[in-house]
Design a binder for this molecule. Structure first.
Ligand SMILES: [Zn+2]
Length: 146
């Protein structure tokens, strides 16, 4: 898979805080219930903390009570990359940023209350939030001159 953003581990280490580096580049997990975006309820866009790529929209965020920000679908299926993770003696699906390959979290098929049934369980530290409504995006055109 070709990455749009390629940096050396040294570069990442310089640009990220130790906590961000541990999660994004070493597939760490922040402590549940501690993430700054856990209770973020404004409308907006969630981007990759490492490279700024758009990953999720607030419209797909839901409260899963799991202690991490949860979404039922990425903004675009190409925005994330899913790979099998067999660490910790479990079979899980790891979610990476498709643009830079950074670790975001895991996806679990255990959210029947959502339209997709999926729970993208993300680390707050892997994301940044940009407030804004979706106005302006899409639905342009349709200029109806008789
Ligand atoms: Zn990224």
């Amino acid at each position: 898979m070709t990455r749009k953003v390629v940096k050396s581990e040294d570069e990442w280490r310089r640009e990220l805080t130790p906590m961000e580096y541990q999660v994004l580049r070493q597939a760490g997990t922040e402590r549940p219930g501690t993430g700054e975006l856990l209770h973020e309820e404004r409308e907006g866009i969630y981007r990759c903390r490492a490279c700024g790529a758009e990953l999720f929209r607030s419209t797909t965020k839901f409260d899963s009570h799991c202690g991490w920000p949860s979404f039922y679908a990425p903004s675009d299926s190409d925005a994330v990359e899913l790979i099998e993770d067999r660490s910790l003696g479990m079979r899980r699906v790891e979610v990476l940023c498709a643009a830079c390959g950074s670790h975001l979290g895991h996806v679990f098929p255990d959210a029947p209350q959502t339209p997709t049934g999926d729970r993208y369980c993300m680390n707050s530290v892997s994301l940044t939030f940009e407030e804004g409504d979706d106005a302006g995006a899409g639905a342009a055109g349709g200029a109806g001159e008789g």
